[in-house]
Ligand binder design. Sequence first.
Ligand code: ADP
Ligand code: MG
Length: 721
Amino acid sequence: RRVTPKQVQAALDGEINPFNEQPYSTRYKRMLETRKKLPVYAQMTEFYDMASNSLQEFARNQVMIVVGETGSGKTTQIPQLVCYSDLPHKKGKIVACTQPRRVATTSVAQRVADEMDLTLGEEVGYSIRFEDMTEPAKTFLKYMTDGTLLREATNDPDLSRYSTIILDEAHERTLATDILMGLLKGVAKRRPDLRLVVTSATLDASKFQQYFSIDVHSPTPLLLIHGRTHPVEIFYTREPEPDYVEAAIRTVLMIHRAEDEGDILLFLTGQEEIEETCRKIDIEADDLLKQDPDAVGPLVCIPLYSSLHPAQQERIFDPPPPRRNPGGPAGRKVIISTNIAETSLTIDGIVYVVDPGFSKQGVYNPRIRVESLLVSPISKASACQRAGRAGRTKPGKCFRLYTERDFMKELEDQTPPEILTSNLANTVLTLVKIGIRDLVRFDYLDTPAPETLMRALEVLNYLSALDDEGNLTVLGGIMAEFPLDPQLAKTLIVSPDSKCSKEILTIASMLSVPNVWLRPKGGRKEADHARALLSIPDSDHLTLLNVYNSWMQNSKDPYWSQSRYVSQRSLLEAEKTRRRLESLMIRFGVDLVSVGEGPTLYQRVREALVCGFFMQVARKEGRAYVTIKDHQQVSLYPSCGLYHRPEWVLFNEFILTTRPYIRTVTAVNPVWLLKDAANYYDIDNWKDCEATRSLIRARNQVLGRSSSRLPPRRPMDRTEV
Ligand code: ADP
Ligand code: MG
C-alpha cells in the first residue's frame, strides 16, 4: 500500500493534523506557505516515486540518496515526508534523522515540531549526548546526533525501532556518520523493512551512490533537488592578510558602510575568537554611528558556535534590526559563526559572506598519540559552500580574505573525512561492542590507516577494555555504555575501588561541559584572582570538583558564579550531565561511594585518575614537560593551577595551538603509575632515559621500605559487576 503524493498534499492542506487528530493552528498554515516555497517541496512526487520504487522487487536497493543545495529543505522537510509514507505513529516505529552537530539537532527538532504543529519532546523529539528529549511511547520522529544513534546500535545492532533512518549532512563525513553508513549497509541486508536516506549538500554524491549500489545494474536511486540559487560574486584580497581576524572586522565594517541592504555572515574558528570579534565590531559600529548617524543603519552581531545556549542560538533567525527612522539606512544583522553555518544551519537573508579561509580541524598522529583541534586552511569545497550562503535570497557577494592564487594553489580540494584524522579508540570500542570482529575489513567508505586502528586496539587493551585476543571484557562492555572517552569511562567505572566514585562522577561531568572559567576582557585580573582562590594546588581536576561543590554549597546561586567568574550555564549543564552519568552508573552496578571530606579523599581522587589516564602522563625535564613513552615536549596550559610544577603529572588533554600544551593536569606519585598500571609501566623493558630511571628509583624506594614487591592492584576484569 502506497501513499500517493496527492494524499499527502491533501493531508498537509487539510484541517485536521493526521498525527494527533487535532485541528491545525493558524501558525501551522502560515508556516506551510513558507515550506511550500522550498525546492524539496516542488519535488515531492519524485521523492515518493523514487522511495517506493526502491522497495519494489526489481530494485533491491533500500537506500536512496538526496542531494541538494543548503537551504533546499532536506533537513526539515524530508523527515516529514517520510513520516507521511511510513506512518510510524500507527506502527509503533520511529523515523530517525541524524545530524553531525548538537546545535543543528536541537534547533531543527524545534523547528520541525513547530512546522508539524506537534510538541517537542512528545511526537517530535531529539536526542543528543547527555540529553534525551523524547517520550518513548509517543515520539515517532527523532532528530539525533550521529554519535547517539551509533551508541544505540551497541544495544540494538539491528536498530529495530526505526522504520527509516535518514543520515543527514553525510557530506560532512563525520566519524560517526561514516561508521553508521557501514553498519546500516549491513543492517539493511538483514532488515528488508528498513529504509535509508542519505542526504548530502555537495554535488559529489557519486561516492555515496557507488558505495550503496548493489551492482551496476541497480544503482542507488539519487534525487537531485533543484535549488534556486542566485549568482554570488567573489572577491579576493590582493595580498595575503597577516591577521585574518583584523581583516575580517575591517571587511564587515566596509560592507556595512558601503554595501546595499542585506545581512552578513562571517566565518571564524571558535568561541573565544567569535565573542571577541562580536565585541570589537559592536564598538566600531557604534563609533560609525556617532560620527554620522544618517550614513549607516543599526547593526547587531550574533555569535553562533556549538556550545551556545539554545535560546541564544535561535537569535540567528531573528530579523535584522529596524531602521532608526523611516527612510533612514536599513539595519543589518552580522552572524559570526564557526563552520556550523557552512551547511548545517541555513540562515535566510544573508547577502554577504566574509570568508577568512580557516576552520578548526582535527589532527591525529597515531605514532605519538597526539590528537588535537588545529586552526587550519579550509578546502576548496568548503570555500565554495561558504560562498554559496550569500546567494540564498538574492544575488550576493563573498569576500575571501586570501588571494586567488592561494585559493587555486594552496587549498586542498576536499576536507579529509574525520575517519582519516581522528583517534579511533572510542569508535573501535563501539564496533567491538556491536559485534564487528574484523575491523580491518569493515566496509568503510574511506579506510582508516592501519596504524590508527592498531593504536586504538592497543589503547583499549591497556585500559583492559579488550583482552589480548581483542575480545570485549566485562569492563569494556560497560565502558561502551558511557558517552565518554575510554580513559574517562574507565576511571569512572573503577573509581568505587578507590572509594571516591562520587567525586570522579563530578569531575567527569565537569570535563564533559564547556569550559567553566570566564575571563572577560577588562576583568582578567579579577577572574584570575577568583580562580586562584578556588584552586587546589595539586590538581586541576580537584579544582573542578571544588568549583562544583562550592557552587552546590551556595545553592547554585547565580550571583556566586558571577562573582567567582565561573559560568553558571556550564555548571547547570554539569549538574544535568552528572545526573545522566549517575543513572548509567546505577544501571550498570557502579557503586556511588565516597570516603567523605578528609585528608585522604584528595589523594584517592588523584590516584583514581591514574587508572584511566596512565597513558597521558608527563614528567618535568628542565623548564618543560615531556610525555612518557612518546617523548613529546609540552608545556602546562597557561590556565593550569599547578604553580609548583610537580615532577610527575597526568593530563586530560593535549592541545596544539602555537605550541603543544597539556590542559587540566594533576600531580601524581610515580609509585601509583607502577602500581595501578603495571601492564603499561613495564619499565624493565623500557629504553633507558631519565624518566625510566626516575621510575626505577621510585620503585626501589618502595621496595626498600617494605622489602616486598609492590602490591598488585585488583584485576581489572571486574567479572563481578
Ligand atoms: P537543508 O537541510 O536543505 O540545508 P533546511 O531544511 O535546513 O535545508 O532549511 C530549510 C529552510 O528552513 C531554510 O530556509 C531555513 O532558513 C529554514 N529554517 C530552518 N530552521 C529554522 C528556524 N529555526 N527558524 C526559521 N527558519 C528555519
Ligand atoms: Mg540540512
